[in-house]
Design a protein around this ligand. Sequence first.
Ligand SMILES: C[S@@+](CC[C@H](N)C(=O)[O-])C[C@H]1O[C@@H](n2cnc3c(N)ncnc32)[C@H](O)[C@@H]1O
Length: 208
Amino acid sequence: MRLRYVKSAKETIESNKDICITNPEEYKGKWKEIYPFKKIMIEVGCGKGKFITEMAVANPDTLFIGIEKFDSVICRAIEKRIELDINNAIFVRGDATNLLDWFEKGEVDRVFLSFPDPWPKARHEKRRLSSPRFMDMYKVILNDGGIFRIKTDNVPLYEYSLESTLPYLDNPTYGERIYADGEITTEFEEKFRKLGNKIYYIEGKIKK
Ligand SMILES: C[S@@+](CC[C@H](N)C(=O)[O-])C[C@H]1O[C@@H](n2cnc3c(N)ncnc32)[C@H](O)[C@@H]1O
C-alpha cells in the first residue's frame, strides 16, 4: 500500500513540473526573470502547503516558494495549488541544505520557518532549520532588508532558536504569538492552537 502511495506522489510531481520544481539549481539567479513578481518569499519545510498557497492568494504581487523534502507531503501542496488555480505559488522538492545551489545572493525577500522539526538530540543540531548552519545560508540568500521569521510551539526549540538566530537579526521581535484576526497559519499551527499550545515566534531583519 505504502509503495503505491509513494508511486502516486511521484507521478503527481512528475506531471506537474511547472508547479513543483525538481531542478532548482537551473533557476538560480533567474527566479524573478522566469516568474515576474516583485518579491520572492520562501517557506523552508512547507509541509502540505496551506501557508504558501493562502499567502499567495493574499499577496498576488509576490512569488511564494515552498520547499519540502518529502514527495508524499509535497504532492498535497501541489494538489492545493492546482485547486486554487493561482500562478504565484510554486514548490521546490528537495533538501534545504542545498539552498545556496538554488538561490543567488540576495535573491529572496523573506524566509519563513513554520513549526520546523525540533530535532531534540544534540547530535542532530545541524538538522535544525534555525541552526547557525541554516542561518548562514539565509543570510546569503536574503536581500538587504530581508526578513526572517520562525514560529514554533516547542519551547526547547524556541529557546535554542533565540540563541541561534538573534545574532543574525536586526531589530528582532519575539515572544508568545497571540493569534491576530486573519493571520494566515500553517497546518501545524492550526493543530497546535486547537490543542491550546502556546505559539512562539522570532522575527527580524537579517544583518548584512
Ligand atoms: C513539522 S513539519 C511543518 C510543516 C509546515 N511548515 C506546517 O507548519 O504545517 C516540518 C516539515 O519540514 C520538512 N523539512 C524538514 N527538514 C527539511 C529540509 N532540510 N529540507 C526540506 N524540507 C524539510 C519536513 O519534511 C516536514 O514536512
